[in-house]
Write a new protein. Sequence first.
Length: 275
Amino acid sequence: MRIMISADMEGATGVTWTDDVVPGTEQWQRFRTLFTGDVNAAVAGLHDGGATDVLVNEAHSSQRNLLLEQLDPRARMLTGRHKPLSMMQGIDSGPAGVVFLGYHAGAGADGVLSHTYLENQITGVWLDGVAASEGRLNAALAAEYGVPVLLVTGDDKTCEDAADYAPGAELVAVKECVSRYAAICLPPSRAAELLTSAAARAMTRAGAVEPAPGAHRIEVEFDASHLAQAAAVIPTVDQVGVRRVGFDAPNMTEAMKAFKVVTAIAAGAVQGKYG
């Protein structure tokens, strides 16, 4: 029974501001341990529920944040860039379920460190007309491969979002959003208890489901017009508003690959303080 964990960092226990998640800072070094602790708590619960193999896909920023030397020995870790399916690398290999750990709310939404791929240049993303967080996008990709979302963890806003895009998943809020840079946080030991018990319960839903293939449309809105202009240079991407681009794809895999290109081009067009 093989399970995949897509592990992001903004929704990890205790994380509340930029330095907690930016590689190289003193705070980041501290929160790498807490982040790894969250992953280990989920791995323990998954094994309690019957998992025999857990693949942890590093999904945050440099994708080199988790501490391998502290990882539960029953897990394996996919770390580093660049991966064709990024946060969801491995979803096409037939896991019986996926866990979204340390996730966060999407761009334009309320939540601790809320964003979608780019930290602050994107003000909104829509999947088939519905406002989409990274969780919603990744859940649609998992559905294409017939993989159920078993568990979503993060702040309370993340869990509210997940209740809509993954209605059968277990949800664990390790902190309560007060603002973008403040939260009421659980101590790591308490968070670990919740994560382990929820992961064990989530295993009752593990197992392949009917794949949901199909075409999709993604639209992305930026905080400045020149970013939309830069992204619209990409073939198949159209500028549909002063700060918005959109594109169609025959399936979610291709949609996510195109989305990665759009965000990469936009990030490269950012200029100093003026964005």
